[in-house]
Design a protein around this ligand. Sequence first.
Ligand SMILES: Cc1cc2nc3c(=O)[nH]c(=O)nc-3n(C[C@H](O)[C@H](O)[C@H](O)COP(=O)(O)O)c2cc1C
Length: 241
Amino acid sequence: MALKQTIAYNYLKATNLSFEKLGLREVSLTSASRFKEYPNAPKIKLFLGDYPKTKSFFEILESRRSERDYKKIPISLKELNWLCYAVQGITATVGSYLLRTAPSAGALYPIETYLGVNFSTDLKPGIYHLEIKTFSLELLKEGYFGKELTDLALGQSFFATASVVFIWSAVLRRTLSKYGSRGLRYIFMDCAHICQNLLLACEALGFKACPVGAFLDENFNEFLGLDGEEESVIYLATVGK
Ligand SMILES: Cc1cc2nc3c(=O)[nH]c(=O)nc-3n(C[C@H](O)[C@H](O)[C@H](O)COP(=O)(O)O)c2cc1C
């Protein structure tokens, strides 16, 4: 089969930038709210700062590996603070823009972070949403969901033994309303930056982590109550010890 017949090739072609196409739009999309909040969810405030001393940046780069052998070790709230800070911590405010630890095309920040906390010394097990403006975790549903997360990740059993699972979704409209379908490239790039921050932070803090792209998209969306159109799960990472 020729590559030209694939959706991937045709997507790349259709979203190439050229001088002729600059400013042209296939459809006009209104934007979406830049921040997501669950107003009725119990909130746990996180903090920014108070960073631990770690090995050097280049030692961290040298030793990072994807690791999946976890021993159900509880993670503390302090450690979760640092991981959430690495993922989407606010590092500067410019007008109404809250700039973060990871870059984002147009500073539009289309990625939402959810946490499946399996084992923690301070938090109830459950599914949480990282709310950016007040930098808090919002408890969406309580309980140990390691088994469900494993099933959603096509039976990858380390989801059940990880201390915490990071789940990233994309609010497509935030980026597509500015960049059209080319924006989907940027959304994946944004998410990869966020995930790499997490992986390096885990290496710095002595956690094992693994990025995961294999999961049942529609079932995962359903599990989180996402509609799969405005917002969809696009990437995962497990963290454990
Ligand atoms: C986009 C992406 C998707 C991945 N998906 C999975 C996955 O579904 N399951 C898994 O066990 N590892 C997954 N990995 C981890 C890779 O297997 C791993 O990065 C690769 O073997 C290189 O090893 P290293 O990360 O230790 O350098 C994924 C990595 C990336 C970047």
